[in-house]
Structures are given as C-alpha cells and as structure tokens.
Design a protein around this ligand. Structure first.
Ligand code: APR
Ligand code: ZN
Ligand code: ZN
Length: 366
C-alpha cells in the first residue's frame, strides 16, 4: 500500500478537496499507474453533483495518461515503465457481446477488484472506474492501453474519454468516410472532436452548428468547412442548403452528429439528414428528456439509421494507438483540445470555466 494526493468529492454539491488516499499494491489482473496528466470532463462534475449515483466519496478524474509503476500477478498485457492512456472499456472477452465479436459493446468491462480508500479506510468510488486526479491510481490492467511513449501526456490522455467519444461518434458509429457530408450540432469538446474525426476521414462538407460564435471559430480551426450559428438562422435549412451546394439533389447531410444531448437538437439532426442518412446521438441527455414528437411516417419514409454512440463505440486497443500515431504524424491536432494546464488544486476553478464554456479541456498536470 502507498499514500498519494488525490481529488475527492466527499458529498453532493460540495467543493472537491485534495486529500491523502491509500492505493493498494496491485493484485491479480491489476496495475498501479503513475499519472502524468488528466483532463477535466463534464462527467467529473456530474459525479460531484450526485448526478451519476450516490456512492460518495468519489475519486474524480478519468481522461488520463501515465506510466505503469507496478503490475500484479497474471498481468501480461502491460509492464512497469509502459506509457499508457487509461480507458474505461477493458473488455472481458467472455460476455455475450464479446463472444459474438462486438467487443466495443462489452457488457462486463473490467475495473480494479481492490478498493482505494481515504486515510481512515473509507472506500472510494473512482470516476468511471479510473480515478486519475491522483498522483497514482489502481486500475484493471486492461484499462491501460500502451501508446507511443514520446507523445505528450496532456494531449493523448484526452483520448481516454471526451475526445475519443467525439472522434468515434464520427468514424466508428457514423462510419464517416470521404465522399460523405457531415453536420455536427454542438461544438464543445465532444463536437469539435467529431469534426476533427470527420476531417481525418476525409468528409466534405463538414458543417459545424452552435449557438456560440466562439465555438464556431474553434470548429473551423479543427476542420469544419462551414459554420452555422443556429441562434440566428434555421440550422436544418442551412445544412440542407450547404449540402445541396456540394452534392446536387442532396436533402441534407449523410451523417448528422448530435453533440449537445437535448431533444430539440436531436430533432434538428433528424430533419437535417439526407434520405437514408444516419443520426448519431453522442450528447448525453438527462433522464427527464423525451424523444421529440415526430410523425412515424417520417422515421419510415426517410430510411437510414438512428444511432447512439457510447464512448465513440471505441475499442481502446485498436483506436488509441492508431490515433496517437496520427497525432504524432501531425494529422490530428490533439494539442488544440488542451486549453490550459492546471494543478490538482485547481479542479473547482476548472469546473467553473467548463461550465461557462470557456475551455475545451483544462488538463491537470502531475
Ligand atoms: N444548439 C446548438 N448548440 C448548442 C445548443 C443548441 N441548442 N445548446 C448548447 N449548444 C452548444 C454549446 O454552445 C456548446 O458549445 O453545445 C456545446 C456543448 O459543449 P460542452 O458543454 O463543452 O460539452 P461537451 O464536453 O462537448 O459534451 C457534449 O456530450 O459527453 C456529453 O455530457 C456531455 O452531453 C454533453 C455532450
Ligand atoms: Zn465482454
Ligand atoms: Zn469524460
């Protein structure tokens, strides 16, 4: 066992605190990782607000990169010294989804078996089974994905959650390729990542939609070919018009990605899509939200598919090393997602900035 400094949410709605925690030595199938960088995500704030569950105290942080310090018995996939990005999809290989080959749907993903605790022995609930606003954390070895060790931790750690969700919504769930048109509604960290993913895949046009001009600027820098301020114009009409300019007869975009998580923007996505197109919902709705009223004949008559994207339908072992390599080659600008580098004591301030939409990502450097 060892003691490290870490960020804990002790009670619903209360400011987080930096505490000393106990990290057990790794048991069978586990690894202890020395964290180098960890991004601040909306989900961390949702945990603190009690919006995920009531299992306080939470050990926050889950978009991280670091170096494996030690591994337990039976661990063969990673070794001490490996540079890794942490994932929350360590697939089991045994559940029904894994057995039929849909590993990215694994219904029984692995986390560490042992618990990290507060100094007094109170068990911590690590955010998404990770808990990486900490000098060191204990995870299942499968949660460590080895990547090119010369990559910048602050940038590649972001692949652990939000950036992967966005890129994957485009290239995995939406199957975006060259020759396809894409619209992305909502250009926060996730939406901008979907734009970067679409650009990487060679799609055109790539239409960014947001109600905030600042966000549209960023979207353009990350590969959007067109921007639409939906607070000023009708987003659906604009998307249709832009797509018809490129592809004669197009009645919308081939793929529309909803990265806000609201019924009205999902409805825009539904109607901004070309016949036989795809809607991808990657924004996370709240439990009270309902599917907007839409004539069933429109669902039938427009064909295509209405999909949800969980964690960008990623398979970390396949997607993380590939995206890190593209980053290293200068083809995917992950640095652009790092708005600022902060310390362990700056999480509350980072939550504020995130809440006000001032940053794509604040990243804690350890
Ligand atoms: N139309 C268009 N854009 C909108 C609208 C709207 N009606 N309402 C909000 N937005 C924009 C905001 O201006 C912002 O740029 O959506 C963006 C949301 O971005 P962030 O709040 O930074 O959220 P992000 O981290 O990108 O996550 C987006 O995915 O993972 C989930 O919980 C997350 O539901 C959230 C979504
Ligand atoms: Zn499985
Ligand atoms: Zn996250």
């Amino acid at each position: 066992m060892q003691q490290v400094r870490a960020v804990v949410a002790r009670a619903k709605g209360e400011p987080v605190t930096v505490e000393t925690i106990n990290v057990p030595d790794p048991g069978p199938g586990e690894a202890v990782v020395k964290i180098q960088a960890c991004g601040v995500c909306h989900t961390d704030l949702h945990y603190r607000e009690g919006g995920i569950n009531d299992e306080f105290p939470f050990l926050l942080g889950h978009e991280a990169a670091g170096v494996v310090e030690s591994v337990g018995p039976e661990v063969t996939g990673v070794a001490p010294g490996d540079f890794v990005v942490l994932n929350w999809r360590a697939v089991c290989g045994e559940c029904r989804a894994c057995k039929r080959g849909d590993l990215h749907y694994c219904f029984n993903t692995h986390n560490a078996t042992q618990k990290m605790t507060l100094e007094d022995g109170t068990e911590l609930s690590p955010a998404l089974g990770i808990g990486a606003f900490a000098e060191k954390t204990l995870v299942a070895a499968g949660q460590c994905t080895k990547v090119d060790e010369s990559a910048r931790p602050a940038a590649v750690g972001l692949l652990g959650c939000g950036v992967m969700a966005g890129i994957g919504a485009a290239i995995n769930t939406g199957a975006v390729t060259r020759g396809k048109s894409v619209a992305v509604i909502g250009c926060g960290g996730v939406g901008v990542a979907a734009i970067a993913g679409s650009a990487l895949a060679g799609a055109s046009p790539i239409i960014a939609v947001d109600i905030d001009e600042k966000k549209l600027e960023t979207a353009k820098a990350m590969g959007a070919t067109h921007t639409v301020d939906s607070s000023a114009v009708d987003a659906v009409e604009e998307i249709k018009r832009i797509c018809a300019e490129t592809y004669a007869g197009a009645e919308g975009a081939d793929v529309v990605i909803e990265a806000v998580g609201r019924p009205e923007t999902w409805k825009q996505a539904f109607y901004a899509r070309d016949l036989a197109g795809t809607v991808v919902l990657v924004g996370v709705p709240t439990p009270d939200m309902k599917i907007p009223e839409i004539p069933l004949i429109d669902v039938f008559g427009r064909g295509g598919s209405l999909k949800s994207s969980w964690y960008g339908d990623c398979l970390p072992s396949r997607d993380f090393p590939m995206l890190v390599d593209l980053y290293q080659q200068g083809r995917l600008d992950l640095d652009a997602f790092v708005s600022e580098e902060v310390g362990l004591g700056d999480i509350e301030a980072a939550f504020e900035k995130m809440h006000h939409g001032e940053v794509l990502r604040s990243v804690v450097i350890l």
